[in-house]
Design a protein around this ligand. Structure first.
Ligand code: PMP
Length: 303
């Protein structure tokens, strides 16, 4: 039994069993694939489904392909319609997590640049109890990969071995989630989410030059914090010990949305309860994603 039923593969909707990758391909041999994780939100009262930040995700996929030197002829329109075509074929009436990948097919070697395939899959999403209760995080003993060796800005599947090691360590040691420091010893990000800290009414978050993925959720939240909640946001390096004394800490990303962090290295964040700003941000973000709040219509693409 697969969680996935169908796939968009190179212009066609096919049963998931038919959407394989050859073991001889550069994707299989070298991890020569880039991807996007997107969210679609079901609004039951409107009977509508919206993809959040579709255009931004498709641009980021194009940028990942550029940085990793894939040759292809995909346009932003093709990338957008690949997601929408699959969602129309699947017909989910729930929140959905989508995976869109561009990958090297064929039998090329390490330096192959094409042919570049395009695949999209989607499944209903579940939320962990951490979404409500908050995560306990461990500062990883693994260091975040860095821009001049394995750039985190490129959303390449091979990069995720770094986060995988960190998450395996955190889970084995009894924590919910890992947070990695970069090579300068400053807070970078989690295996699949960025980090935000609230101190004295200000939100502080590591800069895009801090060995992080340029998160689309982070960008949306900065807008909500500044424009809707009147909370200043500062993008600067963050020390590990600032997490220990923060008023609130949260993780953000397409999958984790806005997830409170209530404990770090077994030290409580304040009273070990999700903070007020984090809660308000969670509600605001979900209301916008579902189109219950009609502000920022450009963030939502109706399926
Ligand atoms: N960092 C990493 C390493 C990620 O994989 C993700 C998820 N894509 C994020 C941050 C959050 O990015 P986004 O908000 O664009 O989903």
């Amino acid at each position: 039994m697969s969680f996935y039923k169908k796939a968009y593969l190179n212009g066609k909707i096919v049963p998931i069993e038919e959407a394989g990758v050859l073991v001889s391909s550069p994707t299989f041999r070298y991890g020569a694939a880039v991807f996007e994780g997107l969210g679609a939100y079901w609004n039951a009262s409107q009977n509508k489904k919206y993809v959040l930040s579709l255009e931004e995700h498709c641009w980021r996929l194009l940028e990942s392909m550029k940085m990793i030197r894939f040759e292809h002829s995909y346009t932003i329109e093709t990338l957008k319609s690949s997601v929408l075509e699959l969602l129309k074929a699947e017909n989910y009436e729930e929140d959905v997590h989508i995976l869109q990948s561009a990958f090297l097919e064929g039998e090329g070697g390490m330096t192959a640049k094409s042919p570049t395939g395009l695949a999209v899959i989607a499944r209903g999403r579940t939320r962990s109890s951490g979404f409500e209760d908050g995560f306990s995080c461990k500062i990883s003993s693994w260091t975040r990969i860095t821009d001049n060796s394995m750039p985190p800005r490129v959303k390449c599947v091979a990069n995720y071995q770094n986060g995988r090691l960190a998450q395996l360590e955190a889970s084995t040691d009894g924590y919910d989630y890992a947070i990695l420091l970069n090579q300068r010893g400053k807070v970078a990000e989690g295996p699949g989410a960025c980090v935000m800290v609230i101190r004295n009414g200000t939100c502080i978050t590591p800069p895009v030059t801090g060995d992080i993925l340029e998160s689309i959720t982070r960008k949306c939240l900065i807008t909500i914090l500044e424009k809707e909640m009147n909370i200043p946001v500062v993008e600067r390096e963050v020390d590990r010990t600032e997490l220990y004394i923060a008023d609130e800490v949260l993780l953000c990303g397409t999958l984790y949305e806005v997830t409170p962090v209530v404990e770090i290295d077994r030290l409580p964040v304040r009273d070990r309860k999700p903070g007020e700003i984090t809660r308000a941000l969670q509600q605001r973000y979900l209301a916008l994603a579902r189109g219950e709040d009609k502000a920022y219509p450009e963030w939502r693409t109706e399926v």
